[in-house]
Ligand binder design. Structure first.
Ligand code: FES
Ligand code: FES
Length: 174
């Protein structure tokens, strides 16, 4: 990594939800602030700012990442995914988002972007989760409103829907 000067802004370029973006940041700027203030991508929320609450969770090169603990300059050249990239198209929700809406998996919605990012990533690699596994995953997210039960219900339903659509796809390809 090149040597950076603390008082200067440095150019940062990466792909955000599949689209190239660029801006400039001082080396100390958090990725969460860069997304929100430089790029206007305010879907990512900032709560505790020290890696505890999970509200700021995004994907960086496929890894779940606390964007409050990541510097913007660190993601130069990376692939970054945020909650804005979950919906398949404008006006349509993903399976997981729709399940959240059906089961009232959010109230104030502050924790929701991070929770959705973690669940979306988890379900993509663990299509048949147990409730205990989902509770373990959600232990990395603080939600003050829902009591977690509606979030679990939504995630279990989304997992079942995704698994059944995968089975249908498989059967049409044999
Ligand atoms: S704002 Fe990043 S974990 Fe709380
Ligand atoms: S819905 Fe309010 S903090 Fe989770």
């Amino acid at each position: 990594m090149p040597r950076l000067t603390a008082t200067q802004r440095h150019s940062v370029r990466f792909r955000l939800n599949g689209h190239p973006v660029e801006g400039s940041a001082e080396p100390r700027m958090q990725l969460a602030d860069f997304l929100r203030h430089e790029l206007g991508a305010t879907g990512t929320h900032v709560g505790c700012e020290h890696g505890v609450c999970g509200a700021c969770t995004v994907l960086v090169d496929g890894m779940l990442t606390r964007s409050c603990l990541t510097l913007a300059v660190q993601v130069d050249g990376c692939d970054v995914r945020t909650v804005e990239g979950l919906a398949p198209e404008r006006g349509r929700l993903s399976v997981l988002q729709a399940a959240f809406r059906r089961h009232h998996g959010l109230q104030c919605g502050f924790c929701t972007p991070g929770v959705l990012m973690s669940l979306d990533r988890y379900l993509s690699t663990n299509p048949n989760p147990t409730e205990d596994q989902l509770r373990e995953l959600l232990s990395g997210h603080l939600c003050r409103c829902t009591g977690y039960t509606p979030i679990i219900r939504a995630a279990m339903e989304a997992a079942a829907t995704l698994a059944s659509s995968t089975r249908q796809e498989d059967s049409t390809h044999v």
